[in-house]
Design a protein around this ligand. Structure first.
Ligand code: NI
Length: 205
């Protein structure tokens, strides 16, 4: 109960961050005639950016490797009791629902807990949900940089003994083929709406 409440609370915090970010971080448009819609040229929300991480096989992966196809990116950790396994399970369902169209985009899961989530551990965990989801970890500095770029909230919470858990925001960010933010899917979104968002992303990229 308490955990659920805390999750809800952090969901709201994350929503606020995204909301404020959306308002505060819109870059002025290129002056294309006063259109202020969310379309091309109107502005770009500054969620996303350069990153350098390590995949499940220990290879370096950067944002440049993700260019050319849209992608969905989610942040979590393997010790997560409920939000991450649920999200990964749902994402695997979206991939299945998209069918062949899923091959035209990428899906990635980035750990917020690189101290415990080694490439091997993360690969086994994420692979148990879907082989199509790319597991990404890195050094603490690499992870901090990507969390910062994607405006992801993550905080270590001590448990009994030496144990700890992580509070973290739980959005799936949808990024265009140019690496720029397009939309996000909130935690608990219906499969129907999530898949519709992904199809929209595929059409617009
Ligand atoms: Ni989680």
């Amino acid at each position: 109960m308490l955990r659920k409440f805390r999750m809800l609370l952090w969901g709201l915090v994350a929503l606020l961050v995204v909301g404020v970010g959306t308002m505060a971080l819109i870059r002025p448009g290129g002056g294309d005639g006063g259109s202020s819609g969310a379309g091309d040229g109107a502005g770009a929300v500054l969620v996303g950016g350069p990153f350098e991480l390590v995949d499940g096989e220990g290879r370096t992966v950067t944002d440049r490797d993700f260019r050319g196809e849209p992608f969905a990116i989610f942040f979590g950790f393997t010790h997560c009791p409920d939000v991450c396994p649920t999200s990964l399970y749902e994402m695997a369902g979206w991939i299945e629902a998209l069918g062949a169209a899923a091959d035209d985009m990428r899906f990635a899961f980035v750990t917020v807990d690189p101290e415990r989530d080694t490439p091997e551990r993360l690969a086994v965990y994420v692979g148990s949900f879907s082989e199509a989801i790319i597991p990404l970890t890195g050094t603490r500095a690499q992870i901090d940089a990507v969390l910062d770029a994607y405006r992801v909230y993550a905080r270590k919470v001590p448990l009994d003994g030496d144990d700890y858990t992580m509070d973290h925001s739980a959005f799936v960010y949808l990024m265009g083929a140019d690496g720029r933010y397009r939309a996000h899917i909130p935690y608990g979104e219906s499969a129907e709406r999530a898949v519709a968002e992904l199809e929209k992303l595929l059409l617009s990229s």
